[in-house]
Design a protein around this ligand. Structure first.
Ligand code: PLP
Length: 431
């Protein structure tokens, strides 16, 4: 395992003593894979597509949050906090990453997750069980704002907890830029890879924007380095957090914070010409499965992911990829070099989930309805007998369903009936 010091600290050594940081990541720099099948699919004329494999950045859970956490948890450790408290949807990847890192840094560090409703999916059902598996305490709130406020009450009553902003990014310009540094640093990592000729300098970088700290850090980093790459931020949350002004505020706040600690950092300001903000892929709300998003997830998996070992999902990366698909259809973009930043985990979590044995009743009672009101899996619908379930690859798995493999032991009539039912629960919004 290679635990590397941030590249940013090599460029600006003064920062090392002034910014909290702990090593959490492995395999740095993350790989850049070329997606030639996707290039062929869009009939590019000299253009190239690469993917930045942040999905493998941690040994348990990859994805963008881990880069943020090296700095945020650096502060948590420095302040000797008892635990970390944060908020997100009931399927939050941010919350899961937080639970996993608290667990890794245990026994001292506890995790409290305040969760609000998002569209119910198999991903949500899995996530809730995994929060519990990794030792997080979960609480249900009403709506994103209500839950946010509820979590603040907890913080007031438990001052020894570190209160992490949703998504690990400042909100409305308030809050720490530590998480954003993870992606300022990521831009410096990319620059090194460009200099070493692992990838040509991209014309466009595509990335999902939720709390937008990820995108803001990358934009700030690219501007500090004078890269020509234009970050294309695809909105995957409502305009409450995901908007161009929030991107600029977060980016400029991070630069200001860094410059305060090292005056040799260029005195620059990110403005709206420095990035492209793309809307129209969210659907009617956060976490909604859209037809374009699902199509992008499926197509990329068929063309590239199954060989290279990654898979997008429908809340963030699928929507960002759907926007990239539309960009690639335009004649003027067929000769561009594009980098898709993979912000989602691709490590196997099924093995942990199997240990939970789908015992959702071990979760607080308020969460049971999320398992009882909707069923998303073939084995949930067929009420598969326990002995069959245990030997079946479809059980608790992210990928397999009985129609994807040949040795389902149930009779054909039961299979057909379940398939019909599943068609009704897996709904896609036309967006
Ligand atoms: C897979 C994935 N991609 C992108 C994002 C968005 O990151 P940010 O909140 O920094 O915009 C998230 C946030 O949870 C995420 O889970």
């Amino acid at each position: 395992m290679e635990l590397g010091k941030p590249v940013l600290f090599y460029f600006y050594p003064n920062l090392e003593k002034k910014i909290p940081w702990i090593p959490l990541l492995m395999g740095l720099p993350t790989n850049l894979d070329r997606l030639t099948e996707l290039e062929n699919e869009f009939d590019l004329k000299g253009g190239e597509i690469y993917i930045k494999r942040d999905d493998k950045i941690h040994h348990i859970y990859g994805g963008n949050k881990l880069r943020k956490f090296e700095f945020i948890f650096g502060k948590v450790k420095k302040k000797k906090k008892k635990g970390v408290l944060t908020t997100g949807g009931i399927g939050t990847n941010h919350g899961l990453a937080c639970a996993i890192i608290c667990h890794e840094l245990s026994p001292t560090l506890k995790c409290q997750l305040y969760l609000f409703h998002q569209p119910l999916t198999w991903h949500v059902q899995r996530s809730l069980l995994l929060f519990n598996y990794f030792g997080a305490k979960i609480h249900l709130g009403k709506g994103d704002v209500g839950t946010f406020i509820k979590s603040l009450f907890f913080k007031v009553l438990h001052p020894r907890y570190f209160w992490m902003f949703p998504g690990g990014s400042p909100l409305f310009g308030i809050g720490s830029s530590l998480g954003t540094f993870g992606f300022v640093n990521a831009a410096f990592e990319l620059k090194k890879q460009i200099d070493q000729k692992f990838v040509p300098e991209p014309d466009a970088i595509f990335i999902a924007g939720g709390s937008v700290g990820t995108a803001a850090g990358l934009i700030a980093g690219c501007k500090l380095l004078g890269l020509k790459s234009k970050v294309h931020v695809v909105a995957v949350y409502t305009s409450l957090t995901s908007n161009p002004s929030a991107v600029m505020k977060n980016a400029n706040k991070a630069i200001k914070f860094l410059r305060k600690r090292d005056k040799s950092i260029p005195n620059i300001k990110v403005n709206e010409d420095d990035f492209v903000f793309i809307t129209g892929y969210l659907g009617s709300g956060y976490g909604i499965k859209t037809s374009r998003g699902q199509n992008a997830v499926d197509r990329v998996f068929e063309l590239e992911g199954h060989k290279k070992g990654f898979k997008l999902e429908t809340t963030y990366t699928g929507k960002a990829m759907a926007a990239l698909f539309d960009y690639l259809k335009q004649e003027e973009n067929k000769n561009k070099t594009i980098l898709f930043w993979n912000t989602y985990n691709s490590n196997d979590l099924d093995k942990y989930l199997k240990e939970t044995d789908f015992q959702y009743k071990k979760l607080p009672k308020k969460f049971h309805k999320f398992y009882e009101e909707s069923k998303f899996q073939c084995w949930q619908i067929t009420n598969c007998p326990q002995d069959i379930k245990k030997s079946c690859p479809a059980y608790l798995n992210h990928e397999y369903r009985f129609w994807k493999f040949t040795d389902c032991m149930l009779d054909e009539q039961k299979q057909r009936k379940a398939l019909e039912e599943l068609k009704n629960v897996i709904k896609l919004e036309d967006a």
